[in-house]
Design a protein around this ligand. Structure first.
Ligand code: SF4
Length: 475
């Protein structure tokens, strides 16, 4: 998963550099492995990309160089590697200089037939420097534009949408044009709006909050929007949008920032999670317990759960924010060590309470939950509490995850997914929980229905029924 961001302005404003950097910070949660940027003042372009956070890559020197060029167009990407390595060459944006100009592209999402797309491009003589889908998309668009459509980039993007299944919300720039596009399903969000004399865009609405940028709307599925440095804007609905099972429901369940809006609705992701917690409480209540969120992903749902039943809510786990997301780390032993490093337990609560209901957004491999439960039980033992006195109930604000995601969320292969390989009772035994229960798919749809037509959301990771062709990938 990644975040894309940037702007297209009519004249240089020094505040644009700061605005661009703030957009990057506000999309940092979508990818922490790489940051990159391409920018142009209409005559020359420049670019950089590297490993690290926005603050580590957009250094003082690069910021000074950015200011010196006075760019009218800039595109950037915060990256979480799902295809290709984490080296700078696989990072985005990718760029290419052709006889007729310079182009650069960054995307958010994954191609479910990436291997096939790579092979086809290579067989046609195209050189690919990385295994990254953003590069494949750039080269497919340029190839189609040049060989079939007289260099027309919009036609190149149309060809991409007609021939390439997948999840891609993207931005492509030349020296003086910016193209925003979104695949016909619209798996990943993409917004554009205005800030001062510039059009601005970002993967999530939280990137518009700084300095009062105004969101105009989402880029529609199957649409291309073209901006230029003279202030022109044109809309091209190049492909009919797909009308079912398109938007990733894991964006509001887990991935998006709580203060972002849920796709086209003005209501926030945090309220969606709160409603999930309430629904979960109605479906799978636990009485006379203390409600504990798994930080940070379970917080809003835990508040909803506790509120609905009228139970006390306490913070039991303290999370060290400097430990990376555990499921990005290869190797089970590493992951387990990191969970123990990442969380500590508030002993004062262990001394006081015996019945806990732990709320999280989802259960993927079950590693984190198994270690958290072990930490509660070990801590209780240290306090002299008999093992048989401690109850740990697990409640999950998404249905069981039974399928790998091919559209940009880095869920592991099916063989590693707890719910794809065990019954709920087996999971409870495996993680040493007193009970485990999930929100139902119907309950999830009921909540989603308060925000959008629930039939619009992709459910493939719960049903393993995919809305596009895909190739099983080993990670
Ligand atoms: Fe989102 Fe799941 Fe669909 Fe992937 S499979 S796009 S995670 S809902």
């Amino acid at each position: 998963m990644c975040g894309i961001l940037g702007y297209c302005a009519q004249e240089w404003d020094p505040a644009l550099a700061k605005f661009f950097g703030l957009q990057g910070f506000n999309l940092q949660h979508r990818g922490q492995e790489n940051f990159g940027c391409t920018y142009s003042n209409g005559k020359i372009f420049n670019h950089f990309k590297d490993k690290g956070l926005v603050s580590q890559v957009f250094t003082r020197e690069r910021r000074d160089e950015f200011d010196r060029v006075e760019p009218l167009i800039a595109i950037g990407q915060t990256r979480y590697a799902t295809a290709g390595g984490t080296d700078a060459i696989s990072a985005q944006p990718h760029w290419m200089t052709l006889l007729d100009g310079f182009y650069s592209n960054a995307t958010n999402g994954d191609l479910p037939l990436l291997e096939k797309e790579i092979n086809e491009l290579r067989e046609s003589g195209t050189i690919l420097l990385s295994g990254n889908d953003g590069e494949v998309i750039l080269k497919k668009i340029l190839q189609a534009a040049r060989t079939r459509n007289g260099g027309d980039i919009v036609a190149g993007i149309k060809h991409l949408m007609e021939t390439t299944p997948g999840a891609y919300s993207g931005c492509l720039m030349s020296l003086d044009h910016l193209y925003l596009y979104r695949d016909p399903h619209g798996f990943r969000p993409l917004y554009y709006g205005r800030w001062r004399n510039a059009y601005v865009f970002a993967s999530e609405s939280c990137a518009f909050h700084e300095r009062d940028a105004e969101i105009e709307r989402e880029v529609y599925p199957g649409e291309v929007i073209v901006f230029d440095t003279k202030g022109h804007k044109s809309h091209h609905q190049v492909v009919e949008p797909k009308h079912s099972r398109q938007k990733c429901i894991f964006e509001p369940i887990y991935f998006a920032r709580p203060d972002s809006q849920v796709y086209e609705t003005p209501r926030e992701v945090g309220s969606f999670r709160y409603q999930l917690g309430k629904q979960l409480a109605r479906e799978k209540p636990v009485e006379d317990a203390i409600v504990i969120p798994v930080p940070d992903s379970g917080r809003f749902s835990a508040v909803g759960y506790a509120t609905e039943i009228g139970l006390p809510l306490r913070e039991l786990f303290v999370r060290n924010p400097y430990i990376p997301r555990t499921f990005q780390i290869a190797g089970q032993a590493n992951r387990e060590d990191l969970v123990r490093l990442k969380f500590t337990v508030m002993m004062s609560l262990i001394e006081r309470y015996r019945k806990f209901v732990i709320i999280d957004d989802s259960l993927v491999r079950s590693t984190t939950m198994r270690i958290l439960i072990a930490m509660i039980r070990e801590s209780a033992e240290k306090c002299g509490v008999p093992k048989s006195d401690v109850e740990v109930h697990i409640r999950l604000a998404s249905p069981p995850i039974k399928g790998c995601c091919y559209y940009g969320i880095d869920t592991p292969e099916s063989k590693e997914l707890a719910a794809a390989n065990m019954t709920i009772d087996e999971i409870a035994k495996e993680i040493n929980a007193t009970s485990v229960a999930y929100i139902s798919l119907e309950g999830l749809d009921e909540v989603a229905g308060k925000y959008d037509d629930p039939g619009n959301f992709c459910h493939a990771c719960f049903t393993a029924v995919y809305p596009t062709p895909y190739q099983v990938r080993t990670r």
